[in-house]
Unconditional design. Structure first.
Length: 479
């Protein structure tokens, strides 16, 4: 058996890298029957950073590249008669449809088709983070999903043979239905008392007064309106971040985006804040410009669809904001009505660059991880979010423009997988079916925006010019 050094106590992704390198070296040199257990709720094909690992490259000369996909490693195990057993939660109907090879099930289905005898998938009710992991022959990492950066979930390295065997026995019992996983604690609703406590914490900082809770709270964030006494008594929105995935590195990335985006059609983002809860705990917040008109989603929820001129005016202002962001090398990747905010005097501004891509920060998104909102997601972003170009934002804006005119998004489905399949292959419907007065040139423009091929879509500047011409024609006709 090869000598397997314990991974250095560094970042979670580095621990995974070290473990897999050791496993592959041992597997390659020993030539023994090999079996691996991989437990993860949603087994994505996440890229592992192996840059600079020359020892790994010399053992596996066909993997000499800056990044190695997990599927590359699994494929080599299986190609050499190794066995891979995956424990995961049921994702969708794709587990019974092997023709669907996109999204979270892509890795699962591709390997099942290629290695039906040695690649086995075992469905369990749930795989909590603390029970996720990779259990190989000579070592295991347990306690965090692959490449996870979740705060408080650093994986535990295990090399003792007896403990490894206990882990394997538990995996076999789970696969055979003789054991149950420990269920995750149900998501707890935030109480009114806790919301009021957070308001008091914000006031206690001394900088913000007139703090009011806003209704748009989610499981990942809370919103408060306040007056910033250190910024000329400007009204701001304070977004309290509850998502543990927001680490310091992600905050720095968001700051890099915010520094570039000074435009009338983009919501201003100020420096992040840290509010102290007690002597041992603090919480991160983002401070941003307050938009009193709410969001485009609010307007659509209230009216169903918008007048032609209003819909075009909104789209034009979004185009101007996108054109500026694209010139700065930034792709939003989540254009949707909820991220389009409205001012008191007709202003329209793009908000929430949380999943935006910066051109030179190519590692900001992991390959194989879809980002965006499925009602508005471009087909290329379903599988290759890390390769999204400015034309991806145009597709999403085309979906929003369609909804403003028709009162519904262009595609609908009963499951997320079916909805993703529509974006990938179904031709866009006609807005005229839902609203006959939509002019033919505007209908044709929407179809260009919703092209499956990014190169066939207009740029943000071109789209704005065509929309301005269309608006002028409608005004001349008195529409």
């Amino acid at each position: 058996m090869p000598k397997i050094p314990e991974p250095r106590p560094t970042a979670s992704s580095q621990r995974w890298t070290d473990l897999l390198i050791n496993e592959m070296i041992g597997f390659h040199s020993a030539g023994l029957p090999y079996k691996v257990w991989w437990a993860q709720a949603r087994p994505l094909d996440i890229s592992l950073d192996l840059a600079g690992r020359s020892g790994f490259a010399t053992v596996w000369p066909d993997l000499m590249m800056t990044e190695v996909f997990l599927s590359d490693i699994l494929h080599r195990i299986l190609a050499r008669k190794g066995q891979v057993h995956v424990l995961c939660e049921p994702l969708s109907q794709a587990f019974t449809r092997s023709d669907i090879l996109a999204g979270p099930e892509a890795l699962i289905n591709k390997l099942r088709l290629a290695f039906p005898e040695t690649f086995q998938v075992h469905i369990v009710p749930t795989v909590p983070i603390e029970q996720s992991g990779w259990i190989g022959r000579w070592g295991a990492l347990i306690g965090a999903p692959l490449s996870s950066t979740l705060v408080g979930h650093v994986p535990r390295y295990i090399a003792e043979p007896e403990e490894l065997e206990r882990l394997r026995a538990r995996c076999r019992a789970l696969a055979e239905g003789r054991a149950t996983v420990t269920p995750e604690m149900p998501r707890r609703h935030i109480t009114t008392g806790e919301l009021d406590m957070m308001r008091a914490v914000i006031r206690r900082s001394g900088r913000y007064v007139d703090v009011e809770r806003l209704p748009q709270q989610t499981s990942r964030s809370l919103l408060y309106k306040a007056t910033d006494t250190q910024a000329g008594d400007e009204t701001v929105v304070i977004k309290i971040i509850l998502d543990p995935a927001w680490d310091a590195e992600r905050v720095r990335t968001r700051e890099a985006i915010a520094r570039r985006l000074g435009h009338p059609n983009i919501v201003r983002i100020y420096a992040p804040e840290t509010f102290v809860l007690d002597s041992q705990q603090s919480i991160l917040a983002i401070v941003m410009e307050y938009m009193p008109g709410g969001s485009l989603k609010d307007e659509l929820d209230q009216h169903g669809r918008l007048p032609l001129s209003r819909a075009i005016e909104v789209a034009i202002q979004v185009c101007h904001g996108l054109a500026y962001a694209h010139e700065q090398g930034i792709v939003h990747r989540d254009i949707k009505p909820g991220n389009i905010l409205l001012g008191a005097h007709g202003e329209v501004k793009i908000a929430d660059f949380n999943v935006a891509k910066i051109a030179e920060l190519s590692g900001d998104t992991l390959p194989g991880m879809p980002l965006g909102t499925l009602d508005y997601i471009p087909p290329e972003q379903i599988e290759r979010a890390h390769q999204a170009t400015p034309r991806a934002d145009i597709y999403s804006l085309g979906c929003v423009l369609f909804e403003m005119l028709a009162g519904r998004p262009p595609f609908s489905a009963q499951t997320e997988r079916e909805l993703a399949a529509h974006h990938l292959s179904t031709p866009p419907p006609s807005a005229c079916v839902y609203r006959p007065e939509v002019p033919d040139p505007l209908e044709a423009l929407i179809h260009r925006c919703l092209s499956k091929e990014p190169a066939e879509r207009p740029s943000a500047n071109e789209l704005a010019q065509v929309l301005e011409t269309t608006l002028a024609q409608l005004s001349a006709q008195g529409a």
